[in-house]
Design a protein around this ligand. Structure first.
Ligand code: C5P
Length: 232
């Protein structure tokens, strides 16, 4: 897995997703299927996008008791996605159970990464709403280390934290980073944002880009701009 741009297909139907992806013609961007699309269309959308040749990050952010997550991951592993994820806040025990569930009888499995703190959460909201009073960076690094110790392959974090995560967990530990905006773009609900070029400088392995591509007047051009700025 080299550096790449992952396009968040945050649509509420297969029809809208295909209409969006058809604009890319023979190019097959690495796509992210999140809750909205998965809850609308179920596993069929994963199989169809796989059949069309896309790499898939299934972003369902599991967070439950270890046994439930283990069994859900066992079901998801049959979908043959490339990457799936959970919340590190579910504890090391939950992450270990998830890995066990995800691993197929032949020993293969999709990559598993952990969400640290959502890029829509900033320091003041974290302190106010979930009573975590440590500095954001320390929280993210602690979650990343716990995920690494549980055997996971990487984390979802802000590009602003990618370098520190690599320092703490090793260069091979993946940083998948949403919260990406063009310099002139609208932040929306994201708080900890950077540009694709900045994310590259900061050492992200993958950027996840949603609205700056999906809501662009020319999505293919916006995607190419991300690729140029991030992969070069
Ligand atoms: O539209 P936008 O570029 O903000 O989309 C970012 C995508 O990444 C969304 O699908 C969001 O659910 C996801 N994401 C995130 N922050 C995380 C994990 C996932 O924004 N920590």
């Amino acid at each position: 897995m080299g550096k790449d741009v992952i396009v968040a297909c945050d649509f509420d139907s297969a029809e809208k997703t295909f209409a969006f992806l058809d604009q890319f013609k023979d190019r097959k961007p690495f796509v992210k299927i999140g809750m909205e699309l998965y809850y609308a269309e179920g596993p069929a959308i994963v199989r169809e996008l796989k059949r069309r040749g896309h790499k898939i990050f299934l972003d369902l952010k599991l967070h439950d008791i270890p046994n439930t997550v283990k069994k859900a991951m066992a079901v998801l592993s049959r979908l043959d996605v490339d990457v799936c994820n959970l919340h590190a806040a579910g504890t090391r025990e939950m992450m270990e159970a998830a890995l066990e569930g995800l691993t197929r009888p032949d020993g293969t499995r999709p990559l598993l990464i952990a969400v640290t703190q959502l890029t829509s959460t900033d320091q003041s909201r974290m302190e106010r709403d979930i009573l975590i009073r440590e500095p954001m960076e320390q929280v993210v690094i602690h979650y990343a280390r716990t995920a690494r110790d549980a055997g996971l392959d990487g984390v979802v974090c802000s590009p602003l934290e990618a370098g520190r995560v690599h320092d703490a967990c090793g260069a091979g530990f993946l940083t998948v980073t949403p919260g990406v905006r063009f310099a002139e773009g609208d932040k929306g609900d994201q708080k900890r944002v950077t540009t694709p070029a900045m994310a590259k400088q900061l050492g992200s392995d993958y950027i996840v880009v949603g609205r700056p591509v999906t809501a662009a007047a020319d999505p293919v051009a916006a995607y190419e701009r991300c690729l140029n700025d991030f992969v070069g």
